[in-house]
Design a protein around this ligand. Structure first.
Ligand code: MLT
Length: 333
Protein backbone atom coordinates (compact mmCIF):
# COMPACT_ATOMS: atom_id res chain seq x y z
CA UNK A 1 0.00 0.00 0.00
CA UNK A 2 2.78 2.38 1.11
CA UNK A 3 4.78 1.69 -2.03
CA UNK A 4 1.74 2.38 -4.24
CA UNK A 5 1.13 5.72 -2.46
CA UNK A 6 4.75 6.68 -3.06
CA UNK A 7 4.43 5.77 -6.71
CA UNK A 8 1.36 7.98 -7.11
CA UNK A 9 3.11 10.86 -5.33
CA UNK A 10 6.20 10.58 -7.57
CA UNK A 11 3.99 10.44 -10.67
CA UNK A 12 2.08 13.55 -9.56
CA UNK A 13 5.32 15.39 -8.90
CA UNK A 14 6.74 14.45 -12.29
CA UNK A 15 3.53 15.59 -14.00
CA UNK A 16 3.66 18.85 -12.05
CA UNK A 17 7.27 19.47 -13.03
CA UNK A 18 6.67 18.70 -16.69
CA UNK A 19 3.52 20.91 -16.75
CA UNK A 20 5.54 23.71 -15.17
CA UNK A 21 8.29 23.22 -17.72
CA UNK A 22 5.78 23.32 -20.56
CA UNK A 23 4.03 26.36 -19.10
CA UNK A 24 7.18 28.39 -18.70
CA UNK A 25 8.22 29.23 -22.22
CA UNK A 26 11.71 29.92 -23.51
CA UNK A 27 12.67 33.42 -22.28
CA UNK A 28 12.46 36.35 -24.65
CA UNK A 29 15.66 38.22 -25.45
CA UNK A 30 15.96 41.98 -25.08
CA UNK A 31 18.90 44.04 -26.42
CA UNK A 32 19.86 47.37 -24.84
CA UNK A 33 22.46 49.84 -26.08
CA UNK A 34 23.18 51.24 -22.60
CA UNK A 35 24.53 49.74 -19.41
CA UNK A 36 23.28 49.08 -15.87
CA UNK A 37 21.71 52.04 -14.06
CA UNK A 38 20.77 53.79 -17.33
CA UNK A 39 17.14 54.83 -17.87
CA UNK A 40 17.00 52.21 -20.63
CA UNK A 41 18.00 49.46 -18.23
CA UNK A 42 15.70 50.67 -15.44
CA UNK A 43 12.71 50.88 -17.79
CA UNK A 44 13.57 47.55 -19.45
CA UNK A 45 13.86 45.84 -16.08
CA UNK A 46 10.49 47.21 -15.00
CA UNK A 47 8.91 45.90 -18.19
CA UNK A 48 10.48 42.46 -17.72
CA UNK A 49 9.14 42.22 -14.13
CA UNK A 50 5.67 43.37 -15.16
CA UNK A 51 5.47 40.97 -18.10
CA UNK A 52 6.49 38.10 -15.88
CA UNK A 53 3.83 39.05 -13.28
CA UNK A 54 1.12 39.52 -15.87
CA UNK A 55 1.79 36.13 -17.44
CA UNK A 56 1.97 34.33 -14.06
CA UNK A 57 5.65 33.68 -14.51
CA UNK A 58 5.32 32.09 -17.93
CA UNK A 59 7.22 34.78 -19.85
CA UNK A 60 10.66 35.69 -18.62
CA UNK A 61 13.03 37.91 -20.59
CA UNK A 62 16.84 37.93 -20.65
CA UNK A 63 18.36 41.39 -20.95
CA UNK A 64 21.63 41.96 -22.84
CA UNK A 65 23.17 45.30 -21.92
CA UNK A 66 25.85 47.54 -23.43
CA UNK A 67 25.32 46.58 -27.05
CA UNK A 68 26.19 42.91 -26.40
CA UNK A 69 23.76 41.92 -29.17
CA UNK A 70 25.06 44.58 -31.57
CA UNK A 71 24.84 48.34 -31.99
CA UNK A 72 21.40 49.89 -31.64
CA UNK A 73 20.64 50.16 -35.35
CA UNK A 74 21.60 46.53 -36.00
CA UNK A 75 19.38 45.30 -33.17
CA UNK A 76 16.45 47.16 -34.76
CA UNK A 77 17.28 45.42 -37.99
CA UNK A 78 17.32 42.04 -36.20
CA UNK A 79 13.95 42.74 -34.56
CA UNK A 80 12.48 43.78 -37.90
CA UNK A 81 13.54 40.43 -39.36
CA UNK A 82 12.11 38.48 -36.40
CA UNK A 83 15.58 37.42 -35.19
CA UNK A 84 15.36 39.32 -31.89
CA UNK A 85 12.31 39.70 -29.60
CA UNK A 86 12.82 43.11 -27.97
CA UNK A 87 15.22 46.01 -28.30
CA UNK A 88 15.39 49.23 -26.31
CA UNK A 89 17.15 52.02 -28.17
CA UNK A 90 17.35 55.79 -28.56
CA UNK A 91 14.71 57.20 -30.93
CA UNK A 92 17.39 58.76 -33.12
CA UNK A 93 18.43 55.24 -34.08
CA UNK A 94 14.87 54.34 -35.17
CA UNK A 95 14.47 57.22 -37.64
CA UNK A 96 16.53 55.57 -40.39
CA UNK A 97 13.99 52.69 -40.37
CA UNK A 98 10.81 54.76 -40.27
CA UNK A 99 11.29 58.38 -41.38
CA UNK A 100 8.17 59.90 -39.77
CA UNK A 101 9.63 59.08 -36.34
CA UNK A 102 12.08 61.88 -37.14
CA UNK A 103 9.52 64.28 -35.72
CA UNK A 104 10.84 63.20 -32.30
CA UNK A 105 14.40 64.17 -33.27
CA UNK A 106 13.59 67.57 -34.75
CA UNK A 107 15.69 70.08 -32.83
CA UNK A 108 13.70 72.09 -30.27
CA UNK A 109 10.40 70.33 -31.11
CA UNK A 110 9.96 69.05 -27.52
CA UNK A 111 10.73 71.56 -24.83
CA UNK A 112 9.77 69.63 -21.70
CA UNK A 113 8.93 66.19 -20.33
CA UNK A 114 5.27 67.16 -20.70
CA UNK A 115 5.82 67.77 -24.44
CA UNK A 116 7.52 64.38 -24.72
CA UNK A 117 4.62 62.67 -22.95
CA UNK A 118 2.03 64.51 -25.08
CA UNK A 119 3.74 63.48 -28.32
CA UNK A 120 4.42 59.87 -27.46
CA UNK A 121 1.24 58.98 -25.59
CA UNK A 122 -1.29 60.88 -27.66
CA UNK A 123 -2.51 60.62 -31.24
CA UNK A 124 0.92 61.45 -32.69
CA UNK A 125 2.48 58.56 -30.78
CA UNK A 126 -0.22 56.16 -32.00
CA UNK A 127 0.43 57.20 -35.57
CA UNK A 128 4.18 56.70 -35.13
CA UNK A 129 3.59 53.22 -33.71
CA UNK A 130 1.47 52.34 -36.76
CA UNK A 131 4.11 53.79 -39.09
CA UNK A 132 6.96 51.77 -37.59
CA UNK A 133 4.91 48.56 -37.91
CA UNK A 134 4.23 49.43 -41.56
CA UNK A 135 7.75 50.59 -42.45
CA UNK A 136 9.98 48.30 -40.44
CA UNK A 137 7.95 45.42 -39.00
CA UNK A 138 8.67 46.59 -35.46
CA UNK A 139 6.17 47.78 -32.84
CA UNK A 140 6.88 50.41 -30.19
CA UNK A 141 5.27 49.19 -26.97
CA UNK A 142 6.76 51.63 -24.47
CA UNK A 143 8.70 54.87 -24.16
CA UNK A 144 11.64 55.71 -21.93
CA UNK A 145 11.99 59.39 -21.04
CA UNK A 146 15.66 60.16 -20.61
CA UNK A 147 15.79 63.97 -20.51
CA UNK A 148 17.46 66.60 -22.68
CA UNK A 149 20.64 65.71 -24.50
CA UNK A 150 23.48 67.89 -23.25
CA UNK A 151 26.70 68.43 -25.13
CA UNK A 152 29.93 67.04 -23.66
CA UNK A 153 33.53 67.45 -24.74
CA UNK A 154 37.08 66.97 -23.53
CA UNK A 155 38.63 70.15 -24.90
CA UNK A 156 37.05 73.36 -23.59
CA UNK A 157 33.92 74.92 -22.11
CA UNK A 158 31.41 75.64 -24.87
CA UNK A 159 29.44 78.81 -24.20
CA UNK A 160 28.62 79.97 -27.68
CA UNK A 161 28.19 78.45 -31.10
CA UNK A 162 31.56 79.83 -32.18
CA UNK A 163 33.24 77.72 -29.44
CA UNK A 164 32.26 74.59 -31.38
CA UNK A 165 34.62 75.46 -34.21
CA UNK A 166 37.35 72.86 -34.66
CA UNK A 167 35.71 70.29 -32.33
CA UNK A 168 35.19 66.78 -33.63
CA UNK A 169 31.68 65.95 -32.43
CA UNK A 170 30.21 62.46 -32.59
CA UNK A 171 26.56 62.12 -33.64
CA UNK A 172 24.42 59.02 -34.25
CA UNK A 173 23.87 58.11 -37.90
CA UNK A 174 20.79 60.32 -38.01
CA UNK A 175 20.61 62.93 -40.74
CA UNK A 176 18.42 65.38 -38.78
CA UNK A 177 21.06 65.46 -36.04
CA UNK A 178 23.90 65.70 -38.56
CA UNK A 179 22.14 68.66 -40.20
CA UNK A 180 21.60 70.28 -36.81
CA UNK A 181 25.34 70.39 -36.16
CA UNK A 182 25.88 71.68 -39.69
CA UNK A 183 23.43 74.48 -38.94
CA UNK A 184 25.58 75.23 -35.91
CA UNK A 185 28.62 75.56 -38.17
CA UNK A 186 30.49 72.25 -37.87
CA UNK A 187 30.59 68.93 -39.67
CA UNK A 188 29.97 66.18 -37.10
CA UNK A 189 31.23 62.58 -37.24
CA UNK A 190 28.51 59.89 -37.41
CA UNK A 191 29.48 56.95 -35.19
CA UNK A 192 27.58 53.99 -33.74
CA UNK A 193 26.74 54.31 -30.06
CA UNK A 194 28.62 51.12 -29.22
CA UNK A 195 31.84 52.73 -30.52
CA UNK A 196 31.39 56.12 -28.90
CA UNK A 197 33.09 55.61 -25.53
CA UNK A 198 36.23 54.20 -27.20
CA UNK A 199 36.10 56.93 -29.86
CA UNK A 200 36.15 59.56 -27.10
CA UNK A 201 38.82 57.73 -25.14
CA UNK A 202 41.14 57.48 -28.15
CA UNK A 203 40.44 61.05 -29.25
CA UNK A 204 38.92 59.99 -32.57
CA UNK A 205 36.18 62.42 -31.53
CA UNK A 206 36.34 65.18 -28.90
CA UNK A 207 32.71 65.27 -27.82
CA UNK A 208 29.13 64.07 -28.23
CA UNK A 209 25.66 64.74 -26.86
CA UNK A 210 23.44 62.56 -24.67
CA UNK A 211 21.19 63.02 -21.63
CA UNK A 212 22.73 63.48 -18.16
CA UNK A 213 21.42 60.10 -17.04
CA UNK A 214 23.10 58.37 -19.98
CA UNK A 215 26.36 60.33 -19.60
CA UNK A 216 26.45 59.15 -15.99
CA UNK A 217 25.46 55.52 -16.54
CA UNK A 218 28.00 55.16 -19.36
CA UNK A 219 30.79 56.70 -17.20
CA UNK A 220 31.59 59.45 -19.69
CA UNK A 221 33.13 61.57 -16.91
CA UNK A 222 36.19 59.32 -17.35
CA UNK A 223 36.75 60.72 -20.85
CA UNK A 224 34.87 64.07 -20.93
CA UNK A 225 35.30 67.24 -18.85
CA UNK A 226 32.71 69.81 -19.95
CA UNK A 227 28.94 69.67 -20.34
CA UNK A 228 26.96 72.41 -22.06
CA UNK A 229 23.35 72.45 -20.99
CA UNK A 230 21.69 72.89 -24.37
CA UNK A 231 18.13 71.62 -24.61
CA UNK A 232 17.79 70.92 -28.31
CA UNK A 233 16.58 67.32 -28.11
CA UNK A 234 14.53 65.65 -25.43
CA UNK A 235 15.71 62.05 -25.56
CA UNK A 236 13.12 59.34 -25.89
CA UNK A 237 14.03 55.68 -26.04
CA UNK A 238 11.35 53.35 -27.31
CA UNK A 239 10.96 49.76 -26.23
CA UNK A 240 10.38 47.79 -29.39
CA UNK A 241 9.02 44.31 -30.01
CA UNK A 242 9.55 42.49 -33.27
CA UNK A 243 6.17 42.54 -35.04
CA UNK A 244 6.72 38.95 -36.14
CA UNK A 245 7.27 37.88 -32.53
CA UNK A 246 4.31 39.96 -31.32
CA UNK A 247 1.92 38.47 -33.88
CA UNK A 248 3.04 34.95 -32.90
CA UNK A 249 1.75 35.48 -29.30
CA UNK A 250 -1.72 34.64 -28.01
CA UNK A 251 -4.15 37.54 -27.46
CA UNK A 252 -3.58 37.24 -23.75
CA UNK A 253 0.20 37.56 -24.04
CA UNK A 254 -0.11 40.44 -26.51
CA UNK A 255 -2.32 42.29 -24.00
CA UNK A 256 0.20 41.56 -21.24
CA UNK A 257 3.04 42.94 -23.40
CA UNK A 258 1.11 46.14 -24.18
CA UNK A 259 0.01 46.69 -20.57
CA UNK A 260 3.52 46.06 -19.22
CA UNK A 261 4.89 48.52 -21.79
CA UNK A 262 2.40 51.21 -20.74
CA UNK A 263 3.09 50.78 -17.02
CA UNK A 264 6.86 50.77 -17.58
CA UNK A 265 6.47 53.99 -19.62
CA UNK A 266 4.70 55.72 -16.73
CA UNK A 267 7.35 54.46 -14.33
CA UNK A 268 10.09 55.88 -16.59
CA UNK A 269 8.65 59.42 -16.42
CA UNK A 270 8.58 59.27 -12.61
CA UNK A 271 12.13 57.90 -12.52
CA UNK A 272 13.45 60.78 -14.63
CA UNK A 273 11.84 63.40 -12.39
CA UNK A 274 13.20 61.72 -9.25
CA UNK A 275 16.73 61.13 -10.50
CA UNK A 276 17.89 63.76 -12.98
CA UNK A 277 18.98 66.49 -10.54
CA UNK A 278 20.82 63.98 -8.35
CA UNK A 279 22.64 62.64 -11.40
CA UNK A 280 23.70 66.14 -12.51
CA UNK A 281 25.14 66.74 -9.05
CA UNK A 282 26.97 63.39 -9.24
CA UNK A 283 28.55 64.37 -12.54
CA UNK A 284 29.80 67.61 -10.98
CA UNK A 285 31.23 65.70 -8.02
CA UNK A 286 33.04 63.48 -10.55
CA UNK A 287 34.77 66.65 -11.83
CA UNK A 288 32.62 67.64 -14.81
CA UNK A 289 31.89 71.33 -15.32
CA UNK A 290 28.32 72.22 -16.36
CA UNK A 291 28.06 75.34 -18.53
CA UNK A 292 24.88 77.25 -19.39
CA UNK A 293 25.01 78.36 -23.04
CA UNK A 294 25.27 82.15 -23.35
CA UNK A 295 22.60 82.53 -25.98
CA UNK A 296 20.63 79.37 -26.67
CA UNK A 297 18.12 81.37 -28.68
CA UNK A 298 20.72 81.60 -31.43
CA UNK A 299 21.30 77.80 -31.39
CA UNK A 300 17.56 77.33 -31.60
CA UNK A 301 16.90 79.86 -34.37
CA UNK A 302 19.64 78.43 -36.57
CA UNK A 303 18.53 74.83 -36.04
CA UNK A 304 14.85 75.55 -36.67
CA UNK A 305 15.37 77.81 -39.68
CA UNK A 306 17.95 75.60 -41.41
CA UNK A 307 16.90 72.06 -40.46
CA UNK A 308 13.12 71.98 -40.22
CA UNK A 309 12.26 73.06 -43.80
CA UNK A 310 14.53 70.37 -45.20
CA UNK A 311 12.40 67.67 -43.51
CA UNK A 312 8.85 68.98 -44.00
CA UNK A 313 8.06 66.44 -46.72
CA UNK A 314 9.55 63.47 -44.94
CA UNK A 315 7.68 64.27 -41.75
CA UNK A 316 4.27 64.55 -43.39
CA UNK A 317 4.32 68.19 -44.54
CA UNK A 318 4.35 71.59 -42.86
CA UNK A 319 0.64 71.31 -42.00
CA UNK A 320 1.29 68.11 -40.09
CA UNK A 321 4.06 69.81 -38.10
CA UNK A 322 1.73 72.72 -37.40
CA UNK A 323 -0.91 70.30 -36.09
CA UNK A 324 1.72 68.80 -33.79
CA UNK A 325 2.87 72.23 -32.60
CA UNK A 326 -0.76 73.08 -31.87
CA UNK A 327 -1.16 70.01 -29.65
CA UNK A 328 1.85 71.30 -27.70
CA UNK A 329 0.24 74.74 -27.40
CA UNK A 330 2.94 76.38 -29.52
CA UNK A 331 2.90 78.87 -32.40
CA UNK A 332 2.65 77.61 -35.95
CA UNK A 333 5.64 77.85 -38.26
C1 MLT B 1 22.98 57.61 -29.25
O1 MLT B 1 23.54 58.69 -29.04
O2 MLT B 1 23.22 56.88 -30.22
C2 MLT B 1 21.98 57.16 -28.25
O3 MLT B 1 21.43 58.23 -27.57
C3 MLT B 1 22.62 56.24 -27.31
C4 MLT B 1 21.71 55.66 -26.28
O4 MLT B 1 20.98 54.76 -26.58
O5 MLT B 1 21.73 56.08 -25.14
Amino acid sequence: QGIRAWGVAVLCLATLISTEAAARTKPFKMALGDGGGSPQQVMGQKFVELLEQKTDGRHGTLMFLNGQLGDEQSTINDASMGLLDFTLVAINNVTPFSPSVGVLTLPYMMQSLEDAIALTQGEVGQQLVANTVRDANIRIIGWTYTGFRALTNAKRPIHELSDLKGLKMRVPANDIMIDTYRAWGINPTPMAWSETFTGLQLGVVDGQDNPYMTIYAMKFSEVQDYITNIRYLFSIEPLIVSEEVFQAQSDEVQQAILAAGQEATEFSARYLVEQEDKIRAELVSQGMEIIEPANEREWMDRAISQVWPKYYDRLGGKEQLNRILKTLGRDEI
